[in-house]
Every structure is written in structure tokens, then in C-alpha cells.
Design a protein around this ligand. Sequence first.
Ligand code: HEC
Length: 764
Amino acid sequence: MTYSNLYHTKAYNKALWIPMLFAFFTLTYCDSKKGDDDFTRKVVDKNPSMVPLSPGESMSKIQMPPGYHLELVASEPMVQEPVAVSWDGNGRMYVVEMNTYMMDAIGTGQFKPTSRIKLLEDTNGDGKMDKYSIFADSLVLPRAILPVADGLIVDVTNDYNFWLFKDTNGDGKADEKKIVFNNPEIDLRNLEHQNGGLLWNMDNWIYPTRDNLRYKYHNGKLIADTMINNMTGQWGITADDYGRLFFSEAGPGLPAVQIQQMPAYGALNFKDQYTEDFSVPWPIIGNLDAQGGKNALRPEDNTLNHLTAVCGQSIFRGDRLPADMLGDYFVAEPVGRIIKRGRIVNTKGKLQIQNVYKEKEWLASADPNFRPLNTYTGPDGCFYIVDMYHGIIQESEWSGPGTYLGGIIKDKQLYKNRGMGRIYRVVNDDFSPDKQRPAMLAETSEQLVKHLEHPNGWWRDNAQMLLVLRNDKSVIPVLKEIALGKRATLKKNPTAITSIHALWTLDGMSAIDKAVLFKALDDNEPEIRKAAIRISEMFKNDSQVTDKISSMINDSSPDVRVQLALTLRSNNSKKAQATVTQLLNSNKDNELMHYSYDSFNKTKESIAFEEARIKNISPAERNLVLKGATIYKQLCATCHGPDGKGRAIGGGDLPAPPLAGSSRLQGEDRILPIEILMHGLQGPIDGKTYKDMMPSMAGQSNEWIAAVLSYVRNSGDLSNKASVITPEEVEKVRGYIKLAAGGATLQQLEITRHYRALQRNFDE
Ligand code: HEC
């Protein structure tokens, strides 16, 4: 890659805020560092020993480009089975541990409440953690955390609640916990398919990775907002300097999904949102433990031939590694034991992630127990890696008796390798990690405002979040000055990024007024105009604001025009709709704008169609169907597909049969579908055997089962149209049913159906 090309592609992220001097440095830097790609992939270890290595030995098995090295931040016994970390405003590190994850091939004891969250501290500033406490214990597989000023928001496996854990006496242990978002339903999905992250984003919304809800934290509660589509991310969530979100999906091996627009505007994916070579792994280890067995491996050396477990993506936003890493996209692959690096290129607002290294990786390990699950930019400006260091990585759904993975786990005794875990930071020989440790929790609001200009995104994000949580109105005038690009208390004139943080901080404090908004809409920096357009959505019904943003129709930046179309299309005023039409006409070559608009309309049409179709049923029945739709999308769609046609994962076999058009589901017999959901079902079905099984839903309430069945029998999306099922009918079945262990077969159900018919004749 020539450096002019490199510079051009990076301009999207950097040129706006890094002073000219820095840009010059980047150019010369790239020139002298042409050798970053100048290394050879290590010889592959085709059949490595699974015996665990010490952290030092394990680090020596890791290959990185010249200049980079790892430093150990924490390891067992201080951390065990770490899966995610997060720093509080004082730079203390919370570590999420899944201590019961896959202790053997069938997941014995997996849901025992014995997992922990640790709190680690580096008291002497050498980068290595030297003090720890068990912040919370007795948890069921904790998944995602978010430190907010007054505690830690925690999400655990199998439920939809969010908790707030608090340490009120400062001993490093939580002594109070309360529910901050209450949804007592059980999350029945495989634990690889439940929420895998929690991010306070620049727009002040807190995003998980799945489902269609995002949250605001207000007065000690999470307030949910429903979006029109689901987010489909799995493990990990990250955002760039402007709060653009990036998700990944492990199962189908998609290293970046839904990256083109914010989730509130709808789910959107392009085939070419990353280059083909970005989805090809180049491990330095032969790994037999891949789902799919030999088909997933290159015959010559057993290396993984396609991505199967991508997770823990992050955009590097720190200031203590080479400048050309800034804004790059990193994604881990714990089955390939690699971390891939991609460069984000923006063409007319549409992003593409391009592979950086040819047939080799930014990081690759020959230690088979190395399991990178999450990556981050740390407070010290370096890159962090969470390595679960665990023998088994896939969940038991894929490794039960008789499966390929189950066999490998047994042969190689992978179940023995547990109770360990490492956290590393990546350092470059030419840079030293930032020694200034954050102490934001006790700082004044004025001091926090100054961090909005910190060169490390971690500091900016945390300062913004703390300012919003504190809601100290005294800094509003200063924030307004910074938002509008004036010298305030800052060291330099505010850069675009600092001004955008100030704008969003004001937004979070409900302190945006039209004067500030209009000036921001006139700013020279496209990213500031874009943020201001998003913020203007709160003035949706104000015709003056609609007129103002409509007047930006010929904005010089395609990014801004795309945002205009997104914002205006949900505004039903005549003016807004006319502007959208004009925008579409004058941007015929903008693929993103058109594709986004079409898919938004399709979603809207299908919602309207659904509403019209159920208009004639009673309100109680309608509620049932609507509730069922949510359940379907959250649970059943993982196997049966969003449209009930079965879902092809990575183009392979369907995990479950289509529900659309199923005669058993929408036949006259209203009992059979209830029985199927109660018992669960063993295949084969219609002559086909599926690798997944239909799980029993008997643990759910009568209303829950009635709702989801009413939806699947009734949904226009699924082209079914049968009558609703009531909770009373479910109760009746519950009254007599004796659950078949491991699910009933269709044949068994046919027999009971026959007896039911006889019984009915007899009753009549
Ligand atoms: C883990 C994957 C999975 C999930 C989740 C799942 N199913 Fe199934 N389902 C299956 C499989 C597989 C079959 C086929 C039977 C078999 O092979 O075990 C099936 C069969 C069915 C059938 C019978 C279809 C027919 O034509 O007879 C119905 C009805 C059904 N599922 C409904 C649901 C509903 C409703 C949900 C959500 C509450 C759901 N399923 C969730 C995997 C799943």
C-alpha cells in the first residue's frame, strides 16, 4: 500500500481534528513505517499441544508486526475466565468473569450462580494490576457491564433485567444492588445469542448488542426506547470518534454488521461493507476444535479457513500507539486465535472495512488456549486484549454427545483447561503508555470539560458521560462556547471532535437551544453539521427547524446529505417529505441513501400491513399478537428466521424448519401447536433432520405461549392466517400434559391427537 493511499483513506477519521502538524507527522511516519506489513506469517503449528502455558510462554507464541509487543496486565489467579472489562472514571478496571462457562463438553453446572465481577487496580502506575477485590459474586454468567458514576450496571445470562451494583463504603465490594430495568421474562436463547455488550454512546443512548431496545440512564433507572428493527450483534460493541456503532456476528462469521447507519434508523447491511479478504483468517496454528470440523479447516495445515467466532471488535482511539492505528477496526477470532485489523474507508457516506495485512494477521497466536474475546482502547492510550484462556470456547449446543466438537474436546481433554485468564495491553516500541491516571470521579465539572479535548477517545467519552450524569448546569455556557468553536477554557481552539462532544453533552443535559443548534448547523465541519442534524430531531415538530435543515439539501458533504435523508424521512410534515424526495432525486448515485430509504419503507409497509390485518380483532387479541411478535423476533427468529422461512447461517443448512405455511401450526387443531411448544419437538420433521432441536417452552407463562403462537399463526410476515390461541387454552393443555424429556416426536403427538379426538367424541 502506498502511503498517499493510506493517508487518503485515513483522512475520514483524522483530518478533522488533528492539527496540520500531526498530519505531516502521519505522512512521514507512514513512510518510515512502511515495514509494518513487512513480516512473514510464522510457520504453522499443525497439531499443537493443549497443555496450558504460563503468561510469559503464551506471549512468546504471539506474532505481531515489527515494533509491537504485549505486556501482561493481569492473569490467574487474579482473573479467571475474563470475558469483558470496563474502566471507571478513576481508571479502575472491572473484569467480568464467566467462571462456569463450559466446564465440560455438555456445559455441566453452567448456570450455577458462582460467577464474579472483579475490581482491579494498578496502584503504582506500572501498567500491571497489583490490587483486586471481588466486586460482585454469586452471579449467573455475567455478560455486560457499564460503570456509571454511582455504580456498575450489570447484565447477566438468562434474563432481561439490568442491575445496578453499588459499593457504598469504598471497600471495593458491592454492598447494594437493585434492578434498574425490569423485565422478568427468561431469556431462553443460547447464551451465545444473548446480549454481548453495553456501551454509553456519544449520543447518550446506552446500546446493548441485540434486540430492538436502547436505553437512557436517568434518575437511577434505564428508560427503554424501541427501535424499528433488531440489532443483531453478538459479542462486543464499539463506536468510532463520532459515535458510529459497529457490531459483529460470530455464528455466521460476519466481522462487521449494521455499520452504515445508527440502529434507530433500521437494520442495514451491504454485501461489500468489508472486503472479501477481511473475512478470511490466517492463523498460525492448526486448530481441530472448529465447529464444522474438517470443512472449516485448510487441508494442508489445519488452519481455520473462514471466520466462525468473530467478537470483541474495537476501533482504536488511543494516543499511545502509531498514529496509523487511529480509527482502525480490530476484531478478535478466538477459534482462529487471531485479531484482524481493518481500515475504514468512507465513500459517499458508505463505509467499507478493508483488510490491512495480506494473508497474515495483526496478531496471531500459536498457543491453542489463547482465546481473545474482547478488545478496547484503554485510559493509557494503549490497546487492550481480554484473553479468556480457556480450553472450550463453543457453547454445548455445538459440542454435545455425538458431535464433532464433543469428540475433539474428549480426545484433547480440553475441559481440563479452565480457571485461567489473561489481560494484555499492546505497546509499541516507539511510544510509552500514558502515565497520567484518570481521577475523574472527584473532579470538578470544569475539569471534566477540559478532558473533552483529550487526544485519547476513552477520556473524552468518560468525561462526557460523567458530565451528563452529573447534570451540573453551571458548565452550560462553557459547553456552548466549545460547541460553537470558540476558545474557552481549553488549551487549544476546540477541534471538531471536541465541539461535537460539547454538543452531545448539552444534548444529554437537555440544554440544547435553537440558537446553538442553528449555529452548529452552519458550521464548516461536516461532522458537526451531521451531529447537529441528528440532535435537531428533538425539534421535529418545529417548522423553523425543519425549514432550516431542509435548506441544507445541497450540502457539500455526502455524509451530511445522507443524514438529512435519515432525519427527515421520519418527519411527516409536507416540507420534510418534499425535501426527502428532492434529496433522493439529486443524489441518484448515492447507494447508501437509496438503499436505506427503500428498506425503511419496506419495514414501515410491513408494520402497517400487520396493523391493518389485526385491526378487526379485539384489543385483547391484538395485544397478544403484538406481544408475540416481540417474543418471536427475540427468540424464535434465531432458528426459524425473521420471516419464518428458516435462517441460513453462512449459507449453510437451516437450523430449523420454515414456520410460514406450516399446516400443523395453522390447522384446525388448536391444541397441537400448544403441545409442540410445551414439549419441544424432536426431528425429523417432513423427512428432514435439523442439527438444532425445538426447545421446550413449558417454563414460560400461559400468556407468553399464547402470545407467540397467536403471532406465528397470525402473522402476515409469516404468511399465516389462523385464529389466535388464548392463555386459557394453554392452561388447559398444561393441566394434562406430561412433558416428554428431550421433546416429543411428531409421531407421539399424532397419537395423542388421535386420543384427544376420541375423547372429544366421547365427551359429546
Ligand atoms: C434452537 C432453535 C429453535 C428455536 C429457538 C425455536 N425453534 Fe421451533 N423448531 C426448531 C426445530 C429444529 C424444529 C424441528 C423439529 C426438530 O428437528 O427438532 C422446530 C419446530 C417447530 C415447530 C413445528 C413446525 C411444524 O411445521 O410442525 C413449531 C410450531 C415451532 N418450532 C415454533 C417455534 C416457536 C414459536 C419458537 C419461539 C418461541 C421456536 N420454535 C423457537 C428449532 C427452534
